[in-house]
Ligand binder design. Structure first.
Ligand SMILES: NC(=O)c1ccc[n+]([C@@H]2O[C@H](COP(=O)([O-])OP(=O)(O)OC[C@H]3O[C@@H](n4cnc5c(N)ncnc54)[C@H](O)[C@@H]3O)[C@@H](O)[C@H]2O)c1
Length: 266
């Protein structure tokens, strides 16, 4: 198993991608620390894990939460092998011209806080324990970091920032820590929320009519299936594992072949 004897922290694991990854890592032998800002989600998913695992509320935008989380991890396991970051919020895929200037201003702070600062603070807090153990960080960006129309301008900018952050952190934390990323295109069972700045916090990206999105996605992607969160598990588990001795500073574009074509035929 890829993650036998590994202790793996997953942030933003209350639903969607992070939850799917945490469950996959468990199947691969890891003890997992499942964290999220949403207490109600953590309560709901508790039965999917057992006493070998740790379920903690942690808001990645708060340094104090991350430090407390590290304390609890070290109390229980005395070490950490990998941090997988999966938190994120969406911008509703709206063009900036449709927003009031003050809303754009708030939207920027809200999204960069979770989607970029959350990863940066996590990296800082856990770097020392991962260094001791020659561990790994695996962060989540998006195909939005590579091509237009994967989200609105602010979401896209946050995902570009994470992609660059992965490269810089791999450089700064070498040779002890491997830092890589995954850029998914779409996740069927996501609950990705909109921002408070636009009053879209109760709207989910998955509220976009599923059939319409599925048809569009299938018509332009090569593999023609909308993957679920668990389908990304193997990529994350490999990058988090000690078996990855050859990659750092890279992002795997996991897009079903979406970006592989210039669309001339259908
Ligand atoms: N849904 C997609 O199609 C898609 C495509 C590409 C990339 N992504 C990325 O995948 C990641 C996971 O998204 P998802 O689609 O599974 O959505 P999701 O909403 O199901 O999962 C994201 C989780 O992050 C948590 N979170 C939000 N703010 C947090 C904070 N401050 N601290 C800790 N946790 C916080 C949420 O509560 C939620 O449980 C995100 O980074 C997203 O941008 C999603």
């Amino acid at each position: 198993m890829l993650l036998q004897d590994h202790i793996v922290l997953v942030t933003g694991a209350g639903s969607g991608l992070g939850l799917g990854i945490a469950q996959y890592c468990k199947k691969q032998g890891a003890k997992v620390i499942v964290t999220d800002v949403a207490t109600e989600k953590l309560n709901e998913i508790a039965q999917k894990f057992d006493q070998n695992d740790l379920i903690l509320r942690c808001d990645v935008t708060k340094a104090t939460d991350l430090v407390q989380c590290k304390k609890e991890i070290l109390n229980k396991y005395h070490r950490l092998d990998a941090v997988i970051g999966a938190q994120g919020i969406f911008d509703g895929n709206l063009p900036i011209a449709s927003m009031e200037l003050q809303h754009l201003d708030q939207l920027f702070d809200e999204l960069f806080n979770v989607n970029v600062k959350g990863y940066l603070l996590t990296a800082h807090v856990f770097a020392d324990v991962l260094k001791e153990n020659h561990g790994a960080m695996v962060f989540t960006t998006s195909t939005a970091a590579y091509a237009a129309d994967g989200g609105g301008a602010v979401y896209t900018a946050t995902k570009g920032a994470i992609r660059s952050l992965i490269q810089q952190l791999a450089f700064e934390f070498s040779p002890e820590i491997r830092v890589n990323g995954v850029a998914p295109a779409a996740i069927g069972n996501s609950q990705l929320k909109g921002p408070k700045a636009l009053n879209l916090e109760h709207q989910k990206q998955s509220d976009i009519p599923k059939d319409a999105f599925l048809n569009l996605f299938q018509s332009i992607s090569l593999l023609q299936e909308l993957p679920d969160a668990e389908d990304y598990g193997a990529l994350y588990a490999f990058l988090a594992s000690k078996q990855n001795k050859v990659m750092t500073g890279q992002t795997i574009v996991a897009d079903q072949g979406l970006l592989n074509r210039a669309v001339l035929t259908h």
